[in-house]
Write a protein that binds this ligand. Sequence first.
Ligand code: ATP
Ligand code: MG
Length: 309
Amino acid sequence: MPKRQRDSEFERRFEKKSRIGEGTFCEVYLAEDRNQSGRKCVVKTMRPEDKCTDEAKTEVHALLALRNAPNIVKMIDYTPQELLVTTLPAEPIEVALEQLDMNLLEYLRKLPKPQMSMDQVRLVMRQVLRGVLSCHEKNIVHRDLKPENILVQMPTESKPSGNIKIADFNSAKLPNQKWPSDRIYTSLWFCAPESLEQREGCGTAADMWALGCIMAELLGKPLLRANTGDEKANRKKQLDLIYQLCGVEMQHHRMMWDGVKGLKATLAKRLDLAVDHDCIDLMANLLCYDAKSRITAAEAMKHPFFAKF
Ligand SMILES: Nc1ncnc2c1ncn2[C@@H]1O[C@H](COP(=O)(O)OP(=O)(O)OP(=O)(O)O)[C@@H](O)[C@H]1O
Ligand SMILES: [Mg+2]
């Protein structure tokens, strides 16, 4: 089948209605799927710049690998179909996705109080973790976990607990891909210390760090938000905030840190919650400075914080 015909098939199937988001290299539209009686969906259109093409391919690869995984946004279709097997002329890459109601940042801003109840935090974190576990089981590192990239389906009669799904795999690291140590993918506030320090060997643990930062946001107590000066100054400030929180110090030319026990005491003070011991313990294990000792997604799913479910 000639390519143009295939492309127009995508256009015929998905009718874009209104633009709901815009990134540096992409636009996101609300659309209708004519093959599903006009069912609402979302079309993400990625522009054909060089870097963007690689990122768009990564997104399609990742969503294909995760197509049956829980708590991951479902891809309905993509175009051009030969995207993964050949070099393409400059043309947009489009993916059609199931539609969710909003992203987690928007959801948090709509809350009547600036934070969620502990049970809501449990519900959201468990679903995000389930999605992250699916990625890590397939050796995919998301690398850009933050509230804007987590989608929320509001509760309905048929699904009273609502639904949470991970989206935006543009920056993902696919299996067997090398991790360039000089590039930071994640938004700074969610970036793991090993990425900021540009050490080798950043992997799935970097996603777990981001989850610790997200958990603090859900509790209405953001912990690590550098916001000064230019990008380089900001990176340094972000690392300083991490060192302060985790009790990291340079001693005899070696980085020393207080360990999870020290961090738990600091978190209990900083979060100023009617302290939930399990909540503090999980956060301290997610925000563990040493990536090798940081809790994994499989371990976190079994953490006592989730025992209520
Ligand atoms: N399936 C979806 N359902 C509902 N809203 C969506 C969906 N996909 C994306 N969005 C909305 O569009 C926003 C941007 O989408 P996404 O994060 O995938 O791209 P981006 O961040 O603009 O891309 P880039 O990483 O290239 O900058 C999301 O934060 C969310 O608000
Ligand atoms: Mg995004």
